[in-house]
Structures are given as C-alpha cells and as structure tokens.
Write a protein that binds this ligand. Structure first.
Ligand code: HEC
Length: 148
C-alpha cells in the first residue's frame, strides 16, 4: 500500500513538473492563430516559399539572416545579424515585440506583438517546425536554441 502511494505521488509530481514546463513554453496551437498576422509575408510548414519575408521553417535555433532559399535581407538586417548566433526565445521576443526597435531600417513592416502570451505562443508555434517544414518537439527546439 505504501509503495502504491509513493508511486502515485511520484506520478503526480512528474505530471505537475511536466505541466509547469509546458506552460512556460507557450501554446503552439494558440500561436498558430497569432501566425495569421505573419502570413501576409511569411510561410511556414511543408513547401513553404519565400514571400515578402523569408519562409520560417526551422527558424528557432537558426542563425539570423542565414540563407533561406536566396532570400534577400535588407542591409540593416544583415549588419545586425552578422554577430548573432541563433534565434532563441529571448531574441525572437525582442524582434517580434518591435522589429524597428531592433533594426531601425528593417523591411519587416510589422508593428509588433504587445501581449506576452501572444509572443510566447507564436514562438512555440515557430519552434514546432523543423528546417524541412515537418513537425518537431517545440520544447526541445527552444531548449537547444537557448544554449547556442
Ligand atoms: C508586412 C510583412 C511582414 C509581416 C506581417 C511579418 N514579417 Fe517577419 N519579416 C518580413 C521581412 C520583409 C523580413 C526581412 C527583414 C529585413 O531583411 O530587414 C522579415 C524577417 C523576419 C524574421 C527573421 C528571419 C531570419 O531568417 O532571420 C523573423 C523571425 C520574422 N520575420 C518573423 C515574423 C513573425 C513571427 C511575424 C508575425 C508575428 C512576422 N514576421 C510578420 C516581413 C514581415
């Protein structure tokens, strides 16, 4: 009986920890709706092509301004991106809150997302796509990007 109690307590604890980190990450499904604001310019997923902005497959963990099917970034963005190693949650949050505050002359004409939840959710959504547009574990992608 005592063993069963311990096992149950352990399972409950594991569940609580799992739920906490999932909450920290943001909700990819909610982020998909936020991504509607990006779709005028960006594609993501299978067969995504460059549009006004570059396609965003595998963007989490990728180097800012890295080659995306020959997409031509603005000069200001290229200069800014030169010494950056990876799009992680911190950098994406800054960029998506106000792109022009990060790169004054960027051609990403987007005012930015103001709600913390929207930012977290859309970043979790971006993190759920690998470089080929297939699905991947967003939590693992964000974690790997954080240590790059
Ligand atoms: C009006 C068009 C437009 C909208 C809307 C827009 N973007 Fe962009 N985005 C661009 C352009 C253009 C660039 C290239 C910036 C440059 O070269 O200065 C860019 C660049 C980026 C980059 C950098 C890509 C890289 O390879 O380093 C990310 C990440 C990004 N956008 C994410 C988003 C997300 C997420 C949204 C929605 C919340 C969004 N953008 C909305 C046009 C847009």
């Amino acid at each position: 009986m005592r063993i069963i109690t311990l096992v149950l307590a352990g399972a409950a604890l594991g569940y609580a920890v799992g739920a906490a980190s999932a909450q920290e990450m943001g909700d990819p499904a909610a982020g998909e709706k936020i991504f509607n604001k990006c779709k005028a310019c960006h594609a993501i997923g299978e067969g995504a092509k460059n549009r006004i902005g570059p396609e965003l497959n595998g963007i989490v963990g990728d180097k800012p301004g890295a080659d995306r099917g020959g997409y031509k970034f603005s000069k200001g963005f290229q200069d800014w991106a030169a010494d950056k190693t990876a799009w992680n949650e911190t950098l994406l949050t800054q960029w998506l809150t106000n792109p022009r505050a990060v790169v004054k002359t960027t051609k990403m004409a987007f005012p930015g997302l103001k709600k913390d939840a929207d930012l977290k959710n859309v970043i979790a959504y971006l993190a759920s796509f690998d470089a080929k547009g297939g699905k991947q574990d967003p939590a693992a992608a964000l974690k790997a990007a954080a240590s790059k």
